[in-house]
Design a protein. Structure first.
Lengths: 469, 271, 304
């Protein structure tokens, strides 16, 4: 019995190997979408005109859970009801990280979605995957006008003069502060801190007055560190943050890096900040504000809706919600960068009608009306300038001016896009290691920066030698 | 004597309180309005009750359908594992065959392969069979486990030699001995293993997330993880989800424990 | 299947072997197929992958050979995670086994209402890793965790349990021991139940006190169960993932970065290094378990 079993079993076991080898050798031959002429042929936008039956497309979203997940369900439902040509099936794939990992796994011969929403940090990884078509190809083919989009949003997703994914849910970091605590500490609630020095001064007053436990609730996140570089008009990796060629080295160990870490170190040395750790739940810094453990914190603008929801439910009502642009050192060529998700049009193994259908839905989600509704449902920043004149946004801004802070901050930004690098997760981990070593183990600013660069460079080198040898 | 009894109860109660505290906290948080979460110690003694968190959790986590899927998948896995484990354990305990030690070591070795190491290759296999988005994908890779084989083998080895000799005299063949003597005597171990197998199957997360995309096949842990995401407005949503996902198991445990105890007492091995 | 009695003793054994060999195959086949297809085959794939330098997109990439295993084994980050994992095992396994045994002995008493206590002691099996981690988060969260709310009420500074070096690993260990407790309790209770009352009774008649009865009758008979629980807890410790993923994400400063989590973090972006690490991890656990079984199985009493 076993003797007849064995050859079959081995064949069964071997075939996926052969398949995988075949796939991988086929995949590496592709050239990626680097030529603009080829790009126009890549996106057959007209294919949808001829369809007689609805085209079904699968849309993977990750990162939007709970009320955000409900909101994206609403958007998809609206689209499906609004037209007959395309039917979108929405599938939730977990956190941003899980969604991205799942996409990479599906690349190994599984079923890829037709459209996928991923975090902005996956930009270079998705380009390198050679499985997507740049939105630029569709924009060129359809002569789609992007002049109404916020320039900072387009810059974030543009590499080598090509807009890769269509932007969708966008936020940026702002300073949340408790206006009541500010008043108690003798600070002007209408004059929030603008620079690092302002933050330190305000924190000292807050702590001394006992208005809150301490000045600032701090999370061990690389995001703010990157944003402070951007505000100062600096890149964090070479080749213009990887936008004008593949990034090879981190550019963290400089005057800007020293200024930022010096600020963080001062906060902790003088007991002006409360470390809540990595804030993986996404609520810890805000809760510290709510409970009066701190009076300020930096966090994503996307949390503002939730903050008002929670107060409407009767919690933390003694907090006066103040929102201000992220304090830091500014430069004329600087400003905040976009955080959030974007829509990737999958090309690998997809038919013309499917590609056209994905483009149609992505384009629809970018319409000012949809962006206004999306912003109202979630608190994300509308990415269209004309969206802010629509009632869904305008009315909200009238009653709650705090909502426009993040939009204004982004509209005023002159920063280029954030780092376009494959090993983004490892890069952030490197920065966090330096921050944690400094705050928790009392490492010096110089040593912490050196540690960050060493780990970040190792990650970039390892990625580049495997992906672009 | 009386003080001793009181002492025993005091010790038992103390241990029970410590063990049960995290569960109790999750339950009381889940049945009160979110605002109460930060009202310590008042939150520990619920005053105003609400089912709202459960409704929210059921809806945003799509827990209704997912609970059914989890139930189906778990039933198949547990059934399969119990059968394959009993068979394999029997071979290791009572059947003579060459390279037994080597084969047993190979079986045990499967326990030590970290699932994270095999997950991508397994995805390719499932994909190759065309099983993505199906119950097969969730069930097939888990139809055997060395845990069960090991645990039940241990119990089989505890079957006294004279019982084996006696049944040989009675003319029992291997199958008769398996059904009539070995399995009944190993019932406590099989019962304990069933509980364990149930839990592992019910609690899978990474694999179901990988091989399923549609609501028709996803399991409750995936819904649960989506509730763990951030939302300050619903501080008690994770707790509510945890309670919902935990309840079926808790009731099964209550039900099963009587069986467990019966199995334990009736099947006790008498030397 | 009955062995013909008229045959000579030595021939019976031989005859049996001849006959039993196919039976063993039939009995083992279902498990073997599953293991072959879903454990050993992917393991072989992983071993192969560990000798390449792959991109994250499914390509095998450049062959570098077995030397990558040595590179991994001697790399700073792998050794650091190995150290964390050993510490974690030392924190969880003896504690888990001790508490499980203690509770099982407590729950084994003949008292009115003992069933309620038994249910409570086994109740943590009703929690998955995800559920248990969410529960511990509600306790240990720096701002709204009940422990910190209590500390603040008592005038103490809040402790960032999950993100302070020193505290973080202990907290994860605590959640793990707690989550495993129900399982350990059930398994050891099952073992206790099968200790024959007659043996204990006769020991009592011989004048043995409760401690001596426990040590000389119960414990030896319990040893297969304890060995099982010990091996399972050890393997669990080496494969812990979910708690870290939900509670600490390996931080702060990698102080809770257990091996499986370390490997998993790399898997998507650097699959070949992750594969090599997973294989080395497998080798370590295999070796440890074989040593455990070799050393301990000699002391285990199987009742015949």
């Amino acid at each position: 019995m076993t003797s007849t079993m064995r050859p079959r079993f081995i064949a069964l076991v071997l075939s996926p190997i052969l398949l995988a080898v075949a796939c991988s050798s086929g995949g590496s031959g592709g050239s990626g979408g680097d030529s603009a002429q080829a790009a126009a042929g890549q996106c057959p936008v007209a294919a949808l005109d001829k369809v007689t039956e609805p085209v079904n497309i699968t849309f993977w979203q990750s990162g939007l859970s709970q009320s955000l997940g409900d909101a994206i369900k609403t958007m998809v439902g609206n689209y499906n009801a609004a037209q007959q040509k395309v039917h979108v099936t929405l599938q939730f794939q977990g956190t941003y990280d899980e969604g991205s990992d799942k996409y990479l796994t599906a690349l190994r011969g599984g079923t890829l979605p037709d459209l996928v929403l991923l975090e902005e940090t996956r930009l270079q990884l998705m380009i390198d995957s050679k499985s997507v078509i740049p939105a630029q190809a569709c924009i060129d083919a359809a002569k789609y006008d992007t002049s109404d989009h916020l320039p900072a949003v387009l810059r974030e997703f543009t590499v080598d003069k090509q807009l890769w994914p269509m932007p969708f849910n966008v936020s940026n970091p702002v300073l949340y502060y408790d206006t009541n605590d500010f008043a108690k500490a003798g600070l002007d609630p209408n004059a929030p801190p603008k620079t690092f020095a302002d933050v330190v001064a305000a924190a000292k007053k807050i702590k001394a007055s006992g208005a809150a436990g301490t000045g600032l609730a701090w999370e061990m996140s690389a995001w703010y560190f990157e944003q402070w570089f951007a505000k100062a008009g600096q890149t964090v990796v070479d080749h213009d943050n990887g936008r004008a060629g593949r990034a090879e080295k981190a550019t963290l160990n400089n005057a800007t890096g020293k200024e930022i870490l010096g600020f963080v170190k001062q906060l902790f040395d003088e007991g002006l900040a409360l470390n809540v750790g990595r804030n993986e739940s996404g609520t810890d810094t805000l809760l510290a504000l709510g409970k009066g453990d701190a009076a300020m914190t930096a966090y994503t603008s996307a949390a503002l809706s939730s903050i008002y929801d929670i107060q409407a439910a009767g919690q933390f009502t003694d907090v006066g919600v103040g929102v201000a642009p992220l304090p830091g050192t500014d430069a004329p060529n600087g400003g905040v960068q976009v955080g959030g998700g974007a829509l990737w049009l999958v090309g690998k193994g997809k038919s013309d009608v499917t590609k056209a259908a994905s483009w149609d839905f992505a384009k629809w989600l970018n319409e000012p009306v949809q962006q206004a509704l999306w912003s109202k449902l979630t608190g994300y920043i509308p990415i269209r300038k004309s969206a802010v004149t629509l009632p869904d946004v305008a009315d909200l801004w009238k009653t709650k001016p705090t909502f426009r802070v993040a939009y204004d901050q982004l509209a005023a930004s002159h920063a280029g896009g954030g780092p376009s690098i494959g090993p983004y997760k490892e890069f952030r981990s490197a920065i966090r290691d330096g921050l944690e070593a400094m705050v928790l183990k009392n490492m010096s600013v110089d040593d912490a920066l050196a540690l960050m660069e060493k780990e970040a460079n190792a990650a970039l080198t390892s990625y580049n030698e495997r992906v672009a040898p | 004597m009386a003080t001793r009894t009181i002492g025993r109860y005091a010790l038992l109660t103390f241990c029970a309180v410590v063990v049960f505290l995290p569960i109790y906290v999750a339950v009381v948080i889940a049945i009160q309005p979110a605002a109460r979460v930060v009202d310590f110690p008042g939150v520990l003694l619920p005053k105003s009750l609400t089912l709202e968190p459960f409704r929210n959790a059921m809806r945003s986590g799509n827990l209704g359908r997912y609970l059914v899927n989890s139930g189906v998948v778990t039933a198949f896995i547990v059934g399969g594992q119990v059968i394959t484990s009993i068979l394999a354990a029997y071979a290791f305990a009572f059947v003579q065959f060459p390279f037994k030690r080597v084969v047993f070591t190979l079986f045990l070795a499967t326990l030590m392969v970290p699932a994270e190491a095999t997950i991508v290759a397994n995805y390719e296999t499932i994909q190759h069979f065309g099983w993505l988005d199906s119950y097969q994908a969730l069930v097939m890779p888990f139809l055997a486990t060395a845990f069960g084989t090991f645990l039940i083998r241990q119990a089989f080895l505890g079957v006294p030699q004279d019982l084996r000799d006696a049944s040989a005299l009675d003319g029992y063949g291997h199958w008769g001995f398996l059904r009539g003597v070995a399995v009944p005597l190993a019932r406590p171990a099989i019962a304990a293993f069933t509980v364990f197998s149930f839990l592992l199957a019910w609690n899978q997360y990474l694999w179901p997330l990988l091989v399923t995309n549609d609501d028709a096949h996803r399991t409750v842990q995936i819904g649960l993880k989506s509730l763990a995401g951030a939302n300050v407005a619903n501080l008690n949503l994770p707790a509510a989800g945890a309670v919902i996902a935990g309840l079926p198991i808790f009731f099964l445990l209550l039900f099963f424990q009587r069986h467990l105890v019966r199995g334990l007492t009736s099947g006790a091995v008498k030397g | 299947m009955a062995v013909p009695v008229q045959a000579g003793g030595a021939e019976v054994v031989v005859g049996r072997r001849k006959r039993e060999w196919p039976l063993a195959v039939i009995l083992l086949l279902p498990s073997a197929v599953v293991f072959g297809l879903f454990v050993f085959y992917p393991l072989a794939r992983t071993i192969q992958l560990g000798m390449y330098r792959s991109d994250p997109f499914g390509g095998l990439g450049r062959y570098v050979g077995p030397s990558q295993y040595w590179d991994v084994l001697t790399s700073e980050s792998f050794l650091r995670s190995l150290g964390v994992t050993l510490k974690f095992a030392a924190l969880t396994v003896p504690t888990g086994l001790g508490l499980g045994l203690g509770l099982a002995v407590l729950g084994h008493q003949q008292l009115r209402g003992i069933g309620v206590y038994r249910t409570i002691f086994s109740s943590t099996v009703a929690t998955s890793v995800a559920v248990a981690s969410l529960m511990w988060l509600t306790l240990l969260n720096p701002s709204i965790g009940l422990v910190n709310q209590a500390l603040t009420k008592l005038g103490h500074e809040p402790i960032i349990f999950l993100q302070r070096p020193g505290w973080a690993l202990v907290s994860v260990a605590m959640a793990t021991v707690w989550q495993n407790l129900g399982f350990t309790f059930i398994v050891i209770s099952a073992g206790l139940q099968s200790v024959p009352d007659e043996l204990l009774e006769s020991a009592r008649i011989d004048g043995a006190g409760p401690w001596r009865r426990f040590r000389e009758v119960t414990l030896p008979l319990l040893s297969p169960t304890l060995l099982f629980a010990f091996v399972v807890l050890s393997i669990n410790a080496f494969q812990t993932f979910g708690q870290v993923d939900l509670l600490t994400h390996g931080g702060p400063l990698h102080s809770t970065e257990l091996l499986v989590y370390h490997v998993f973090q790399r898997t998507s972006n650097d699959p070949s290094t992750a594969a090599a690490e997973a294989v080395v991890l497998f080798g370590i656990v295999l070796l440890l378990t074989l040593v455990q079984l070799r050393v301990l199985e000699r002391r285990v009493h199987y009742g015949d």
